[in-house]
Design a binder for this molecule. Structure first.
Ligand SMILES: [Ca+2]
Ligand SMILES: [Ca+2]
Ligand SMILES: [Ca+2]
Length: 258
């Protein structure tokens, strides 16, 4: 027969086999408590030996874990940097998209205006008008007095031409060929004081050398297209010559307004 103490030892041993990690277990007497404490300390020592020994499996595990953690941190930092870079790129793309969208709208508007301008030039061209940006010009084939020519222009919703730039002057000379035509310039009110029909003062002039000479009450101006002798001349307003009308292009006005 086993003694009571032996039976108790067996029970304690079995208890720890079943409940190995229950270090807070306590027996009912001091001996059992001591045994349990010893067993717990051994268990902890074993664990510590595994965890803190020199080149133990735990230290290898720890180094591996630490290395993995560092690697993960580096990867995370790289990911964050990449994410920031992608965000910046996205913002740039969005800005570029907005700019392109605006440019697209602008180009579509310009395309629409150009289409309308082509239509206008074609329509006006059939009625004898020639486009020279930003205006349309009509050079008559008939010959009339200066006032009659001006009235004809007004009927067409235009006015006798006013020549304000060198380019416009050269364009009209070229269009006229070797011919002459009234322009919207006269000194009928005050001899020697030339004024445009639109009321503006005469600044830049393209008189043929020796003109205006007012040779025989010459108060209206014409333009010569003669390649060898082109420019302006004053002549009697009742003479009958061709005339030139001018009006702004509708599409040029639209383009400026946009
Ligand atoms: Ca003009
Ligand atoms: Ca005169
Ligand atoms: Ca003259």
């Amino acid at each position: 027969m086993k003694s009571r103490m032996e039976m108790r030892q067996v029970l304690v041993k079995n208890y720890h086999l079943v409940s190995y990690n229950r270090f807070d277990s306590r027996g009912e007497d001091d001996d059992d408590d001591k045994r349990e404490d010893n067993l717990a300390e051994r268990s902890v020592r074993n664990v510590r030996n595994v965890h803190t020994g020199g080149d133990t499996s735990w230290s290898r595990y720890y180094r591996l874990a630490a290395t993995s953690y560092n690697n993960l941190t580096t990867v995370r930092e790289k990911d964050q940097a990449k994410c920031k870079e992608l965000t910046n790129n996205l913002e740039k793309l969005q800005t570029n998209y907005s700019t392109l969208a605006n440019q697209k709208d602008q180009l579509q508007n310009e395309r629409d205006v150009l289409r309308k301008r082509v239509e206008e030039i074609a329509t006006q061209g059939r009625e004898g008008w020639v486009y020279f940006s930003p205006n349309l010009y009509f050079i008559s084939t008939e010959k009339k007095m200066w006032t009659e020519g001006r009235q004809n222009c007004k009927k067409k919703g235009a006015e006798l031409v006013t020549i304000k730039t060198k380019e416009e002057q050269e364009f009209l000379v070229q269009q006229l060929g070797n011919d002459k035509a009234w322009i919207g310039l006269n000194d009928r009110n005050t001899e020697g004081t030339w004024k445009w029909v639109d009321g503006t003062a005469l600044t830049t002039t393209y008189w043929v050398p020796g003109e205006p000479n007012d040779a025989g009450n010459e108060d209206c101006a014409e333009i010569w297209g003669n390649p060898d002798k082109h420019g302006w001349n004053d002549r009697p307003c009742n003479d009958k010559v061709r005339w030139i009308c001018e009006k702004p292009s509708q599409t040029s006005r639209w383009y400026v307004e946009k």
